[in-house]
Design a protein around this ligand. Structure first.
Ligand code: RB5
Length: 145
């Protein structure tokens, strides 16, 4: 189960991603926003982050205009590793190296085709589990929030 959320700047891309997830057989929970009316990204970043840390969802996808604000918000929730990705290399590394549990995207940055490839790469790439990556992730956790 994927939790997905956005602000108005990510609304159009979220619609495309939800359509793609359905086509590919992924289940998702849409946590808003639900219109293109101006709204505040921390609300939706937090909602997606909580759905992931509470175990209701395996991964999250958050989208705002740049992906920056909503990833900053999601990363305030303990246990979240939200990765803002602008290409497939970053999406792959965010899973292999960082065990990212939320993918952040910029709706005003990426074209739909690239965004969907990034989503696919993120969802299909496992964490490597390598000791050095586990150690570094633990190091992030020790920094607290
Ligand atoms: C909204 O205009 C915009 O600031 C927001 O979507 C996002 O880009 C913030 O980081």
């Amino acid at each position: 189960m994927i939790a997905i959320g956005c602000d108005h700047g990510g609304f159009a891309l979220k619609q495309e991603i939800m359509h793609w997830l359905t086509e590919k057989g992924w289940e998702y929970r849409d946590l808003g926003c639900y219109t293109e009316e101006s709204c505040d990204y921390p609300v939706y970043g937090r909602a997606v982050a909580k759905a992931v840390t509470q175990g209701d969802c395996d991964f999250g996808i958050v989208i705002c205009g740049t992906g920056i604000g909503i990833s900053l918000a999601a990363n305030k929730v303990p246990g979240i590793r939200a990765a803002l990705c602008t290409d497939c290399f970053m999406a792959e590394a965010s899973r292999q190296h960082n065990d990212a549990n939320i993918l952040a995207l910029g709706g005003r940055v990426l074209g739909t085709g690239l965004a969907l490839k990034i989503v696919e790469t993120f969802l299909q790439t496992p964490f490597s589990g390598d000791e050095r990556h586990v150690r570094r992730i633990r190091g992030i956790e020790e920094l607290g929030n």
